[in-house]
Design a protein around this ligand. Structure first.
Ligand code: FES
Length: 106
């Protein structure tokens, strides 16, 4: 697995609160634009594997589209039990490119 940033979309491709699923180093990553910042988390819901990139965002949390489990986009914690969580990945904007790094997951 690479430890470098990978371009996943361009600034302006996502609207506020919108997510999408991208592939970074053979891994599915859900990326969102929230309050003007890009957030990236593991795309697979740990419950039954739904794509979190298709979920709705509210108050900094994404709702899984299948059964509504909520995950905080800031740290990947499951809102109903913060002892559990999913990976969160570093993002950055370089020029017009939005980039994600999965190798250095937080
Ligand atoms: S698959 Fe995500 S809550 Fe069930």
């Amino acid at each position: 697995m690479s430890d470098s940033f990978v371009t996943v979309c361009r600034v302006g491709d996502l609207t506020e609160g919108q997510g999408r699923t991208v592939v970074v180093d053979d891994r599915l990553v859900a990326i969102f634009l929230v309050s003007g910042e890009y957030r990236a988390i593991d795309d697979l819901c740990p419950h039954q594997g739904a794509s979190l990139g298709a979920g709705c965002v509210e108050d900094g949390e994404v709702y899984c589209p299948w059964h509504g489990w909520r995950f905080r986009l800031s740290d990947g914690k499951w809102a109903d039990n913060p002892r559990l969580g999913i990976d969160v990945f570093e993002t950055r904007v370089v020029g017009e490119e939005v980039q994600v790094r999965v190798g250095g997951g937080k």
